[in-house]
Design a protein around this ligand. Structure first.
Ligand SMILES: Cc1cc2nc3c(=O)[nH]c(=O)nc-3n(C[C@H](O)[C@H](O)[C@H](O)COP(=O)(O)OP(=O)(O)OC[C@H]3O[C@@H](n4cnc5c(N)ncnc54)[C@H](O)[C@@H]3O)c2cc1C
Length: 398
């Protein structure tokens, strides 16, 4: 369960420009502070090293489970925290202030693995998988993208056929976060009728392998791989019965993209705070560089954009809590906030000059991470086209 801690309840200093803290409940603030403290004490001291080594700090998983991070918005009867979507957003924001790769690991587990099992699974599936996923004893991954079907997942080739009590799964998935170490995968595949269904594939099932993708310059502390299915016999009790068609995976992506919209603000805050501090300390021409108008312009634009993104998230969180946030609204926030964070990371890097490229500061790591975040879960341009479709009624991307 998410535990409250005895700490002064302050927002990350200087980035609550519109006093949005006043709109949060006591519980929201306590949850944010407990995750913030964990990020400061456990994640920040090690993350640069793990990112440089291109290794995922999986030893943090049990602690994240204990904090109640995984599937936090799902009910307590499955070992989850049962908190609202604003809490979920704040948790994603604080984790991504540390690193987008660790936020990715957590949001895949919560929104793309636990959510579909909760929303579309049988009682038996929920009881069997959710408690283990909530503690982090088991980690999961989400297989939608294929090598030839990224923005157009409806074209997927991965498929299954009927075999008595089992289905036989064939195909492969590409770019799958957590796949190299996950104990299970929520895999989206086509049935005999060409309709997409979710299947829970477990590590150890014969013919199921998860090769790792190496040489990434982005999300280096997150483990990414493939999922390969070579005549994998999966019991029918592992098929999600509650959903048919692309709306299954897309509904999971709504939840994950919502988390990204909040998470990106965390990256932006980390870069902004680093740049502000550095600019006040760095002397050139006998003055702190913060005294130059061009530096102030960058900083002022950063805090303005962070504030706008925070406002967007807060309203989106209220709508999501009421079950009213639309796919298009979530899409707009994911696109806007990730683009905002990437722009801030690039400007912050410039403010640090040469120091901006070294691992002594988090900026370059955030910047490189955000190059994945701007592409995954719907690219920047596809989200623009979703907004275009929403306002014109005309889908331009197919
Ligand atoms: C680090 C990382 C982790 C990931 N994790 C996961 C995961 O856990 N699970 C999962 O299923 N997937 C995952 N993905 C995959 C990710 O969701 C896809 O990369 C993304 O959807 C884009 O697909 P693509 O890379 O095939 O690009 P493409 O679809 O080939 O797009 C290439 C370019 O073409 C543009 N484009 C495509 N179609 C159109 C159009 N109709 N109109 C205009 N422009 C268009 C795109 O905007 C983009 O700029 C991950 C990706 C990365 C990089």
């Amino acid at each position: 369960m998410l535990k409250a801690i005895e700490k002064p309840q302050v927002q990350t200093s200087g980035t609550d420009y519109y006093q949005l803290d006043e709109l949060l409940t006591e519980e929201h603030r306590q949850i944010r502070e407990s995750v913030k403290s964990w990020v400061d004490e456990k994640l920040l001291p090690i993350i640069e090293d793990f990112a440089q080594k291109s290794e995922c700090p999986t030893h943090l998983i049990p602690e994240m489970g204990e904090l109640g991070i995984f599937g936090c918005f799902l009910p307590e009867e499955y070992g989850c925290s049962g908190v609202d979507y604003i809490s979920y957003g704040l948790i994603m924001q604080e984790i991504e202030r540390g690193d987008s790769g660790i936020r990715s690991m957590a949001s895949v587990q919560s929104s793309l693995v636990m959510y579909p099992i909760f929303a579309y699974g049988t009682d038996e599936q929920k009881k069997r998988f959710l408690p283990k996923l909530a503690t982090g004893e088991w980690m999961g991954c989400f297989g939608l993208t294929e090598a030839d079907f990224g923005s157009n997942p409806a074209g997927m080739l991965t498929n299954f056929t009927d075999d008595g009590d089992h289905v036989i799964l064939n195909g492969s998935k590409m770019w799958i976060s957590n796949s190299p170490f996950a104990q299970m995968a929520v895999v989206w595949a086509k049935n005999n009728d060409g309709r997409i269904q979710g299947i829970l594939v477990e590590r150890g099932m014969e013919g199921f392998t998860t090769p790792e993708i190496h040489n990434k310059w982005s999300l280096r502390a997150s483990s990414t791989g493939e999922l390969v299915f070579d005549n994998v016999r999966v019991p029918k009790t592992n098929v999600l019965p509650g959903i048919l068609g692309l709306k299954g995976p897309l509904s999971c992506l709504d939840s994950a993209r919502y988390g990204i919209a909040w998470g990106a603000v965390g990256s932006a805050i980390a870069c902004y705070e680093t740049a502000l501090k550095y600019s006040l300390e760095r002397i050139q021409f006998d003055k702190p560089i913060a005294s130059f108008q061009l530096i102030q312009k960058k900083l002022a634009e950063m805090i303005t954009e962070i504030t706008k993104a925070q406002l967007m998230n807060m309203r989106l969180g209220q709508l999501r809590n009421e079950g009213r946030a639309t796919t298009a609204q979530i899409s707009m926030a994911k696109r806007n906030n990730v683009d905002m964070a990437l722009t801030i990371a690039r400007d912050a890097r410039q403010i640090l000059g040469g120091m901006g490229i070294v691992g002594d500061f988090p900026i370059m790591r955030h910047m490189m991470n955000l190059e994945s975040v701007v592409t995954y879960e719907g690219t920047h341009d596809i989200h623009l086209l979703i907004t275009g479709m929403d306002i014109t009624g005309i889908p331009s991307f197919r």
